[in-house]
Design a protein around this ligand. Structure first.
Ligand code: NAD
Length: 264
């Protein structure tokens, strides 16, 4: 280990299980000496998150449902009491009703549109507000996005609209927080089979399509996304803010199906 995160303390929101992108990032950070705190969403996930926290020597700061501001405040209070300050924050949270992650975008309901935007977009700003107060020596904030923000992907629908707004909010937050030496970036990850992804229609097809057509001819792992997260959360990227960094085997540069790609 190069000890790239030695002396740095931060909170990671969005671990559901050992396949979560948030956990891939946590492993990469812990291996470089970071001190980590996890939140969990509800009692069902608490049972999964606690052993993962123990594995990495992480602090569990409690239940955080980003739809309920009081629970966000309680977690940040616990962090303030534990550490007094923060160096990094990872937001790996997204939600939409799975009935709308299939079919046509045009059929999106107002209620699910609003909920998707609140949980998947506003929540990053909500946690950034709290984290800013604790990042007294500067810091780095990171969120997770997807190519469906840039181009229309089948079934991604309202989540694509939400990710576009999330990517715009990364830029606005980067400008607001830059003078305090707080950096704000996103990773646009290629498709990975996680709990959240299983809600997206035809997800296996999307995985195969990426495997056959991405320049590297493979999908990405949570460990690979974790290493990109390490770069964005460590001082290696100290000159980088407002960036959406693709970790997708290069898929985002491709304009057409590969000639050697099998039919699927
Ligand atoms: P995951 O299911 O492991 O993680 C999603 C997390 O969101 C869970 O921990 C869940 O508890 C949390 N969450 C949902 N609603 C919440 C709420 N109201 N309050 C607090 N937490 C809430 O899946 P993942 O794929 O690791 O997702 C992490 C992030 O990565 C998401 O933003 C997702 O959109 C993004 N992403 C995923 C992929 C992929 O293919 N898996 C690709 C690009 C981006």
């Amino acid at each position: 280990s190069l000890g790239l995160m030695k002396g740095k303390r931060g909170v990671i929101l969005g671990v559901a299980n050992n396949r979560s992108i948030a956990f891939g990032i946590a492993k990469a950070l812990a291996a470089q000496g970071a001190e980590i705190a996890f939140t969990y969403q509800g009692d069902a996930l608490r049972k999964r998150v606690e052993p993962l926290a123990a594995e990495l020597g992480a602090f569990v700061c409690g239940h955080c449902d980003v739809g309920d501001p009081a629970t966000i405040d309680a977690c940040f209070k616990a962090l303030e009491e534990k550490w007094g300050k923060l160096d990094f924050l990872v937001h790996a949270i997204g939600f939409s009703d799975k009935d709308e992650l299939t079919g046509r975008y045009v059929d999106t309901t107002e209620a699910n549109f609003n909920k998707t935007m609140n949980i998947s977009v506003y929540s990053f700003t909500a946690v950034a507000q709290r984290a800013e107060k604790l990042m007294t020596d500067g810091g780095s904030m990171l969120t997770l996005t997807y190519y469906g923000a840039e181009k229309v992907m089948p079934n991604y629908n309202v989540m694509g609209v939400a990710k576009a707004a999330l990517e715009a909010s990364v830029k606005y937050l980067a400008v607001d927080l830059g003078p305090k030496n707080i950096r704000v970036n996103a990773i646009s990850a290629g498709p990975i089979k996680t709990l959240a992804a299983s809600g997206i229609g035809d997800f296996r097809y999307i995985l195969k399509w990426n495997e056959y057509n991405a320049p590297l001819r493979r999908t990405v792992t949570i460990e690979e996304v974790g290493d990109v997260g390490l770069y964005l959360l460590s001082d290696l990227s100290r000159s980088v803010t407002g960036e959406v960094h693709h970790a997708d085997s290069g898929y985002h540069v491709v304009g057409m199906k590969a000639v050697d790609a099998p039919d699927i």
